[in-house]
Ligand binder design. Structure first.
Ligand code: GAL
Length: 690
């Protein structure tokens, strides 16, 4: 790959990566330093059998690459890069700064992160750094420089991978200092900080900046605005580290993609802010095979990844072939499930299938985590499935780079997540991701494509917007929601939305302060239901009944129609679910956690009214997604059921996995997948994907 000028865009970098790999990236983390040299030859031979075209090197190799302060040893990495290149396998090269080596920690023990209670993590695991420590920062910059310089011209190098699953939060003295600087930049004056944090409550007023520090373990409950800012700060400070490493590597290789790997439902980092700094969103995904519906939560995470960079193809950076080793019971994926999960990611916009890891380790912490090649060697079911998938993916080069479009947007926002789960609220046991999942699921089940957006997004491209417990809404976010509805959009908001402002301060005058106007309704009091399992009855405007649990509110309407009324409990007779006409649009409010059937019907009514249709009418458990682009359209059909399902694929087209034409009703085996290159009509609409 030739050197590019610094104006090369992410799109262009990814296009070249696809071209170079011949379509979808296939492979995984490779840790050759854990194996004797003779195993490397077998590795590359087996990689070729499996169709591997990309491996990630050096993720945890700092101690092998810099053996003492300033003493670098790149010889082994040169050798493996050369060997991989000679065998046509590309390299995603990692900066190894997720694991500061033992010698560095011995020299600077205060690099280790400090917990909120003042104790310090020990050496012996990974991610053991306080990202604000100046020596950690300098040493990680130095090794990135060395690697950039040394490998920029290496023909195996295809992309960069920075750190690994950024996340450690520290409350130590370096974090204190950095937090103070971050606050000074944000608030300018102590008066502004005191006001934003409501420090007159419980007498917490600060009179000098030196008094302000990280929110270490308090004697009892602590200030929620300060803790919210600490969440923002820790995400920002880790992102600043990522950005520094990225900019170093960018200077050497402006044409190569640079990413770090994200995690499923990961709370510490605001992935909207992060994704904007990456060339692609990249996800590590480990659904628990014991969970019947693990694929639904996976789907949510996949749609989130697709949305983080506005529909741009994303990367599966890690998944397991079979079992993981992180839970108390680590069940292996059943035959066919690894393939199904891989196609699910592709159906939802992924352009890579990468695993952790190539060869299952024989020692160390994760020795029971499966690999593409397991302890027993290549003569296994798992390796046969790995080779079969690698072979199939070679036929899908046309799918890589294509996109999907959605008319439904669901708000997923880290500020909402942080603020909502800080506690000291009427109910402190709400899980934000579970709340989003509850409102996502009916769309998944109905095969309606969904984008995620952050709370302040421009919503003008959507017909239906859903706010699940969107607790913190800034003035700008509230305004955008109003503009969306008044301009003809349909909104569905659930309880605990729009309660606080950007400082985590309650919006006064009736809940939900940010949405009262658009909802045509307001609550005078919040009434969470006591205890698990307590339910209330609802009577619906069409004469039916429903139920609700968890949460209720004393709601009043100021123009909204009542769709359901509380029929039991202390709020009997009061409105429970409302719909308001606002400008050219409508806004529904759910003041309670309504039962699944009612929710499904309500969302179906809203999306029908918005003119949104499923990709295909398929039976429950059959997922259908469409990817379009470059004049082609691909319909991916996946049977998540454990039994065969009949699916009417309409005009259909050619199934790229079998090379046969499919049309009308098709019997899809359990775990079965179709990747249909559609015949002309859909293809002419292709290229319209955002
Ligand atoms: C990921 C991590 C990998 C590996 C994998 C399996 O979170 O990035 O290094 O540990 O999990 O547990």
């Amino acid at each position: 790959m030739t050197r590019e000028d610094s104006t090369t865009t992410s799109e262009e970098r990814l296009r070249r990566l696809r071209e170079r790999l011949g379509g979808i990236a296939y492979g995984g983390d490779y840790n050759p330093e854990q194996w004797p040299r003779e195993v490397w030859d077998e590795d590359v031979r087996l990689m070729k059998d499996a169709g591997v075209n990309l491996v990630t090197l050096a993720v945890f190799s700092w101690g092998r690459l810099e053996t003492a302060d300033g003493e670098y040893n790149f010889g082994w990495l040169d050798d493996i890069m050369d060997l991989l290149h000679a065998n046509g396998i590309g390299v995603d090269l990692a900066t190894p700064d997720a694991v500061p080596p033992a010698w560095l920690i011995a020299q600077y023990p205060d690099i280790l992160p400090v917990l909120a209670d003042g104790s310090t993590f020990g050496f012996g695991s990974r991610q053991h750094f306080d990202v604000s420590h100046p020596v950690y920062q300098a040493k990680s910059r130095a090794i990135a420089e060395k690697m950039g310089e040394r490998y920029a011209g290496h023909p195996a190098l295809c992309m960069w991978h920075i750190n690994n699953e950024y996340g450690p939060v520290s409350y130590g003295p370096h974090a204190d200092l950095a937090f103070r600087e971050w606050l000074q930049a944000k608030y300018s004056s102590l008066e502004a900080l005191n006001s934003a944090w409501s420090t007159d409550v419980w007498g917490q007023v600060y009179s000098a900046w030196a008094q302000v520090n990280a929110p270490a373990q308090p004697r009892t409950w602590s200030n929620p605005s300060r803790r919210l800012d600490y969440h923002r700060f820790t995400s920002d400070s880790m992102l600043a580290h990522y950005r520094t490493q990225r900019d170093i590597l960018r200077r050497f290789t402006p044409g190569l993609p640079i990413v770090t790997n994200f995690m499923r439902f990961y709370k510490n980092n605001d992935y909207w802010a992060w994704a904007a700094e990456e060339d692609a969103a990249a996800l590590d995904i480990y659904p628990d095979p014991r969970e019947q519906d693990a694929h639904v939560a996976a789907a949510l995470n996949f749609d989130l990844m697709r949305s983080l960079r506005k529909g741009q193809p994303w990367l599966v950076m890690e998944q397991a072939t079979a079992a993981v080793s992180q839970w108390s019971v680590n069940v292996s994926k059943l035959p066919g499930k690894m393939r199904l999960g891989s196609y699910q990611a592709i159906a939802q916009g992924a352009d890579s299938i990468l695993f952790f890891q190539w060869r299952q380790a024989s020692g160390g912490t994760e020795r029971f985590h499966s690999g593409m090649v397991n302890h027993a060697g290549p003569n296994t079911r798992v390796f046969r499935e790995v080779c079969e998938l690698g072979r199939e993916l070679k036929g899908l080069s046309g799918v890589a780079g294509t996109r999907s479009a959605a008319k439904v947007a669901i708000v997923f926002d880290w500020d909402c997540w942080w603020a909502l789960e800080l506690g000291n609220s009427p109910r402190s046991d709400l899980s934000y991701p579970q709340e989003v999942l509850r409102l996502y699921r009916p769309f998944f089940d109905a095969n309606i494509p969904v984008d995620f957006v952050h709370a302040g997004s421009d919503l003008s491209g959507y017909s239906l917007v859903v706010l699940p417990a969107s607790y913190l809404l800034t003035d700008q976010a509230a305004q955008r929601i109003e503009d969306f509805v008044s301009g003809g959009g349909r909104l569905v908001a659930s309880y605990l939305s729009g309660i606080v402002d950007q400082d985590n301060t309650i919006r006064l005058g009736g809940y939900p302060g940010a949405l009262r106007n658009v909802l045509g309704a307001w609550s005078e009091e919040l009434h969470p239901l006591a205890g698990d399992g307590e339910e209330v009855k609802l009577s619906t405007a069409d004469g039916g009944t429903a139920s609700a649990d968890y949460w209720t509110e004393h709601l009043h309407t100021t123009g909204a129609d009542v769709l359901a009324t509380y029929a039991s409990g202390r709020l009997a007779g009061a409105p429970a679910v409302t719909r308001n006409t606002f400008g050219a649009g409508t806004a529904v409010y759910l003041s309670s956690r309504v039962d699944g059937t009612f929710l499904e019907q309500l969302l179906a009514t809203e999306r029908d009214a918005a003119g949104i249709r499923p990709e295909l009418n398929a039976p429950r458990g059959v997922q259908v997604r469409r990817r379009t682009g470059n004049g082609s359209s691909f319909l991916l059909v996946l049977n998540h059921n454990d039994a065969p399902s009949g699916v009417d694929v309409g005009a259909g087209g050619t199934d790229l996995l079998t090379g046969t034409d499919v049309t009308g009703t098709v019997e899809l085996a359990a775990n079965g997948v179709l990747v249909i290159e559609e015949a002309t009509s859909a293809a002419t609409a292709a290229g319209t994907g955002r």
